[in-house]
Design a protein. Structure first.
Lengths: 116, 113
């Protein structure tokens, strides 16, 4: 089946630094990618939707200058957490969809970010 | 807006016990409904889905029926196994093409032998 690779699986960084998370579709072209964030014991919250070649659409309350999303190709989207702070520590998951709008979603394994 | 509410966990069961994880939703129109499972150390996987009222999704012994009258999509399994231990997420997708999934908070299931 379709595979979405997310890297890194975990990262620890110091406060004030930036961290980039990659999401790759390995065997299909991902026309749309979604970035989610999960706090402990909370639901997956949609952060943004990105379509290849266009600017990401951010959900209300998500700072687009802090969470930079780039979807430059049909197989790669990146999420950069800029000037990270401890409150940004969370589990970030990407998902990707190819083809038409109702095609199946495929998820990455997630990235555990810890900001010290 | 659309939302999903699922029962709080953790749920702890013995092997071969009956499982129910409740899920209700609020949505306009006719969403599609999903159950995803996340095994320890792995990513989310689609477990089953239903796209219209009265549809029953099933997979690996799990079932859920789309009940529009009660806006519910409860997950059931007649006899759980230790290998079913995971986090289960109920989710919905609006009927507009291209919309993202909206998830519930997840329910942790722990099955002991």
């Amino acid at each position: 089946g379709a595979v979405v690779s997310q890297h890194p699986s975990w990262v620890i960084c110091k406060s004030g630094t930036s961290v980039k998370i990659e999401c790759r579709s390995l065997d299909f072209q991902a026309t749309t990618m979604f970035w989610y964030r999960q706090f402990p014991k909370q639901s997956l919250m949609l952060m943004a939707t990105s379509n290849e070649g266009s600017k990401a659409t951010y959900e209300q309350g998500v700072e687009k200058d802090k969470f930079l999303i780039n979807h430059a190709s049909l197989t790669l989207s990146t999420l950069t957490v800029t000037s990270a702070h401890p409150e940004d520590s969370s589990f970030y998951i990407c998902s990707a969809r190819g083809g038409q709008g109702n095609s199946p979603l495929h998820f990455g394994n997630g990235t555990r970010l810890t900001v010290t | 807006g659309d939302s999903v509410t699922q029962m709080e966990g953790p749920v702890t069961l013995s092997e071969e016990a009956f499982l129910t994880i409740n899920c209700t939703y609020t949505a306009t129109g006719y969403p599609s409904l999903f159950w995803y499972v996340q095994y320890p150390g792995e990513g989310l996987q689609l477990l089953l889905k239903a796209t219209k009222a009265d549809d029953k999704g099933s997979n690996k012994g799990f079932e859920a029926t789309y009940r529009k009258e009660t806006t519910s999509f409860h997950l059931e399994k007649g006899s759980v196994q230790v290998s079913d231990s995971a986090v289960y997420f109920c989710a919905l997708k609006g009927n507009q093409a291209g919309t993202a999934l909206i998830f519930g908070k997840g329910t942790t299931l722990s099955v002991s032998s």
